[in-house]
Design a protein around this ligand. Structure first.
Ligand SMILES: O=C(O)/C=C/C(=O)CC(=O)C(=O)O
Ligand SMILES: [Mg+2]
Length: 216
């Protein structure tokens, strides 16, 4: 692994995210499973790491947490076959796809883009880089999140509609993925509100955990 990859946050590579990618989530929401992965992006200014707080964006009255497995890409790739995707995975991060849900609902209702609701500063808290070998079975690993000590999200990546290789292969047909890019693979059911002063703790099995507070 190159030094450049280890420093992916400083390099500030793009974040490509998938949504509605857990069967439990679509079932709970009573919506059909998507036929292809639904994609959006976050700017690199959205990244924060432990020690920094999530800041509620101006005018947002409903901030949601979403815990997700982030995949860190290790070399440029386009048009990658599903069977070859493992060669392009450099490691992982645990990530939160923080969402200004009221902005998001309004954007959806008015057929406007989601960018602001998903891309505001501090909307992508990430853990330390996790070496690939620490998550040998990334297709069946537990993701969990607690708010003030109460468990809110707890599921396995095996509940994904599109697997990590399928997601990365699909993205790479249209968007060149570069070394250091992070692919957020969707959130399991249980996403919900957090308010100023609350603390979220999230983990990837017992491999990594992280804590973030919410500030005005
Ligand atoms: O309302 C929707 O269609 C999607 C909302 C989300 O926030 C989706 C995700 O980001 C996700 O499922 O991870
Ligand atoms: Mg999400």
């Amino acid at each position: 692994m190159t030094e450049r990859l280890k420093q992916f946050r400083e390099i500030g590579k793009k974040v490509v995210a998938v949504c509605r990618n857990y069967k439990g989530l679509t079932a709970a929401q009573g919506i059909p499973n998507p036929k292809t992965p639904s994609l959006f992006a976050k700017p690199t200014t959205a990244y924060i790491t432990e020690g920094q707080s999530i800041r509620i964006p101006e005018g947002c009255n409903l901030l949601y947490h979403e815990v997700e497995l982030g995949v860190v890409i290790n070399q440029n790739c386009s048009n990658v076959a599903v069977s070859d995707v493992d060669d392009y995975i450099g490691g992982f991060v645990l990530a939160l796809d923080m969402t200004a849900k009221d902005f998001h609902n309004e954007a959806k209702a008015n057929s406007r883009p989601w960018f602001l609701s998903k891309g505001f500063d501090t909307s992508c808290p990430v853990s330390d880089f996790i070496k690939k070998e620490k998550v040998p079975n990334y297709q069946d690993v537990r993701l969990w999140l607690k708010v003030d000590g109460v468990i809110k999200q707890d599921d396995s990546t095996s509940d994904m509609i599109f697997s990590v290789p399928e997601v990365i292969s699909y993205i790479s047909k249209y968007i060149t993925l570069e070394e250091g890019d992070v692919v957020l693979t969707g959130t399991p059911d249980g996403q919900g509100p957090v308010t100023e002063g609350q603390i979220m703790e999230a983990g990837l099995a017992d491999i990594v955990s992280m804590k973030f507070s919410v500030a005005k």
